[in-house]
Design a protein. Structure first.
Length: 134
């Protein structure tokens, strides 16, 4: 772990990354985040059911806990690409990108208007340029 975190910090602090025009692309898997279910008590407080089975409570990046917190804060834009495993009526698998979600974020106001975009049979770059045209 220490080597990965140190390497990432060195990359983040490198002077070229702070110069205008330098783009860094980091690819990472998104996995299910597991945890205990919660219930709301009589007073409106959420209480964790500590003896219940674990359930999927969200999504997270496949990184160490420390790096999961550190890495997203170093980027202005994080896009979540996905593939819907259930074919559509035409038998095609849906591909898309989310610009705003629990993992994705964007600094571009135009992309916040349409946070989920269908990319089935489309080129991402062409669709991105169409959405951000001013």
């Amino acid at each position: 772990y220490k080597f990965a975190a140190t390497a990432f910090r060195q990359l983040r602090d490198f002077r070229l990354l702070r110069m205008k025009g330098v783009h860094v692309i980091l690819s990472c898997w998104v996995v299910n985040k597991w945890g205990k279910p919660t219930i709301t008590d009589d007073k409106g407080n959420e209480v964790v059911q500590q003896y219940a089975d674990n359930i999927v409570v969200g999504k997270k990046l496949l990184l160490t806990e420390k790096m999961q917190e550190e890495v997203p804060g170093c980027f202005d834009d994080i896009y979540e690409f996905y593939r819907d495993p259930h074919p559509t009526i035409a038998g095609k698998v849906k591909h898309g990108v989310r610009f705003v979600s629990t993992i994705a974020k964007t600094s571009n106001e135009k992309l916040k208007i349409k946070p989920d975009v269908d990319l089935t049979d489309k080129c991402f770059i062409d669709e991105f340029q169409r959405l951000t045209k001013g």
